[in-house]
Ligand binder design. Structure first.
Ligand code: SF4
Length: 320
């Protein structure tokens, strides 16, 4: 299975840029989130249990220890020798700039760490933080901002208690783009209140607005969340594998060739996952996407552009 035949994956894009494998190393820097501490909300997004996202990153360890441990595992598994410090858990810009700088500097001081990937919410990227990230980029580091949007529909964002709307994303990307920062938009397929194809519409919208990367994953219903309670009461119906594969294939084939896909699916901690059960099998999902793309056989960037409102342009996680 060679996904890069059909998709501009993050791994492929980094290899093109650096001539070797570059892999993200997850870090849990013990941040919290304004949607949990009462600033924006309490209880968080209804699907969120951060333990399900990065069970290997232990907040009790210092950044350098987490990166060292992650490097060992990734090097053995993938052969990668260069890394991006991926601040993943919770909201990784939610602190004073001086505190953020200290954490990011620690990561960038580690040998073979060539950059940062910072996961955050669109309403948590003040200008000072963006200026800090731009300063790392100007010093030659690879810098990505990962903006969790999940859906462009305010109705859906309210339904999952996201604590921000699409407007905050629009404001954030305007300021991100002013600084020419690379950014990846996270979308979740299968949120309650959305049609099966809604994520493709969200993807079109954010790509049209200039997103340089996309990270996709299906909704996971995990223990300890409000969503789990709704699912038990029959209020949430997870997507089927086939529905998800079709949505991803639609997004990929319509995406412009330069768009970088950071992720095409995601897995949750087995002990926490309730549904859908197929999300447990990352390679089965990726293989199904690959087979669907092979069946359609237009690689990314070859379907007529609909994103940019122009009929002349071409359009076209598990980290890939
Ligand atoms: S998904 Fe992100 S924004 Fe939502 S509650 Fe969890 S950490 Fe906060």
């Amino acid at each position: 299975m060679d996904l890069t035949r059909y998709i501009n994956t993050f791994g492929h894009a980094m290899h093109q840029r650096y001539g070797q494998k570059v892999h993200k190393v997850s870090i849990n820097a013990a941040f919290t989130c304004p949607n949990r501490d009462g600033t924006k909300g309490i209880g968080g997004c209804t699907f969120c249990n951060n333990s399900s996202f990065n069970p290997n990153a232990k907040a009790a360890l210092a950044v350098c220890e987490q990166v060292a441990a992650g490097k060992r595992i990734i090097r053995k598994r993938t052969g990668a020798r260069k890394y991006l410090a991926y601040f993943q858990a919770y909201t990784n810009t939610y602190a004073e700039v001086s505190a953020l700088k200290s954490l990011y500097d620690q990561a960038l001081a580690i040998p073979d760490v060539i950059g940062l990937s910072i996961g955050t919410r669109p309403d948590c990227v003040p200008d000072k933080v963006l200026d800090l990230l731009a300063s790392y980029r100007d010093r030659g580091f690879e810098v990505w901002l990962e903006l969790g949007l999940q859906s462009t529909s305010d109705k859906v964002l309210r339904r999952v208690n996201r604590g921000h709307g699409f407007g905050e994303y629009v404001d954030a990307i305007q300021r991100v783009q002013q600084r020419n920062l690379q950014y990846c938009t996270h979308l979740i397929a299968g949120l309650p209140g959305e049609s099966v194809n809604a994520t493709a519409n969200s993807a079109r919208q954010v790509v049209e607005m200039g997103s340089t990367g996309l990270k996709l994953h299906p909704l996971h219903i995990v223990k300890g969340t409000q969503m789990a309670r709704e699912w038990k009461h029959g209020e949430v119906t997870p997507m089927t594998l086939d529905e998800y594969v079709q949505v991803v294939a639609n997004i990929v084939t319509e995406a412009p060739p330069e768009l970088i896909f950071h992720r095409l699916t995601g897995t949750a901690n087995k002990q926490l996952l309730l549904a859908p059960d197929w999300t447990e099998y990352k390679w089965k999902v990726l293989n199904s996407i690959y087979l669907e793309l092979a069946r359609r056989d237009p690689p990314q960037g070859t379907v007529l552009q609909v994103f940019a409102g122009s009929d002349t342009q071409q359009i076209t996680s598990v980290n890939i």
